[in-house]
Design a binder for this molecule. Structure first.
Ligand code: HSE
Length: 340
């Protein structure tokens, strides 16, 4: 399995670390190594068909701020110069245009490569187009880490709950907002709490994406399309963020034994992100940067999961699970996968 990784920020570096930790796991399970044959960041790349050392990639990034040794103009040309089986696309999310990530994913799928991404921009804007390209070219396209980080909401619904009729999913899908609201529960100001979330590295490059609810809306779109088989985009979601939540509103909620949480909801035709009153003790009243999701199905009833919605190793754990799934599928079929 030869991997091309595009994006070497927090998540890309987390994935390189996981490759070091799981080196023996791959050898034992598949009798083959997983090698990174090319790594790109926004301004540089490095490639070697015999495999790059994840340790060296991490060291160079730390020391020089760049993963690669050479510059490039067009990422697609770099991709075409490398022989690889799987693209891991973890460049920064661009909610407005899909950014370089969209271009890279399209190109890899059109070239018949499998793709794993946690990049929310391409998924929120062009989900159905990308799935169609993947199907046409018989490629696997997986994106578990794009929603809820380490919390396996997509695989839970698509694999464990595959025979269920899923009526609704409601969840806390943004750790930054949950962190801010929980800090406000304890008397901290909105501004102070946001600053802390940024310092901890949870907030998006532009924190407006978190606090205005856009990041949660991307995740609602991804869940609606991948689980409810909808054909919706970012503009179909009704979005209210948390910027107008005052300390007074938090205190009033507390006096009724409630908390305010930013909830993403999909049920029937409803696609919504908005602050909601949640009774204290309810599974969606969780605090800190945790994400949580409550799935309601016809046979199983309500199922709630919770986990770390962001973070270097946590998000990389979701990429690992997608990678194992793709490799299992190849092993079963003795070669290239047949379905999504
Ligand atoms: N900014 C996001 C959050 C990161 O706070 O949840 C994970 O998508």
């Amino acid at each position: 399995m030869r991997i091309l990784i595009s994006g070497f920020g927090t998540v890309g570096q987390g994935f390189a670390e996981v490759m070091i930790l799981r080196k023996d796991f791959f050898k034992e399970r598949y009798g083959e190594e997983v090698t990174i044959v090319c790594a790109m960041d926004s301004s540089s790349y490095v490639s070697d068909q015999s495999g790059l050392s994840p340790n060296e990639l991490l060291k160079r990034k730390l020391e020089t701020g760049k993963v690669g040794t050479q510059g490039y103009q067009d990422p697609v040309k770099v991709m075409d110069s490398v022989e690889y089986d799987l693209l891991i696309e973890v460049s920064p999310t661009d909610i407005k245009t899909g950014g370089a990530g969209l271009k890279n994913i399209r190109h890899a799928l059109e070239s018949g490569k499998d793709v794993i991404t946690v990049n929310k921009g391409p998924l929120a804007l062009k989900f159905c187009e990308l799935i169609a390209i993947a199907r046409k070219n018989n490629c696997k396209f997986r994106f578990e880490g794009s929603v809820g980080g380490a919390m396996p909401i997509i695989n839970l619904c698509r694999e464990s709950l595959v025979g269920e009729n899923i009526y609704s999913i409601r969840g806390i899908l943004n750790g930054t907002c949950n962190f801010i609201l929980s800090k406000m529960d304890n008397g901290q100001s909105f501004e102070q709490a946001l600053k802390e979330a940024q310092q901890m590295g949870y907030a998006e490059a532009d924190p407006a994406n978190d606090i205005e609810g856009y990041d949660s809306a991307c995740k609602v779109v991804i869940l609606a399309n991948s689980i409810f088989k909808r054909n919706v985009s970012f503009s179909d979601v009704s979005i209210t963020g948390i910027t107008s939540i005052t300390s007074e509103a938090i205190s009033l909620a507390a006096s009724h034994n409630m908390v305010i949480r930013l909830i993403g909801e999909m049920s029937g035709d409803k696609l919504e992100v908005a602050p909601r009153l949640v009774p204290k003790g309810h599974p969606l009243s969780i605090t800190g940067t945790l994400n949580a999701a409550q799935v309601v199905t016809d046979l199983a009833g309500p199922i709630t999961i919770s986990g770390k919605g962001a973070g270097r190793t946590e998000t990389a754990s979701a990429i690992l699970s997608d990678l194992v799934s793709i490799m299992d599928d190849r092993k079963e079929r003795g070669g290239k996968c047949q379905n999504l």
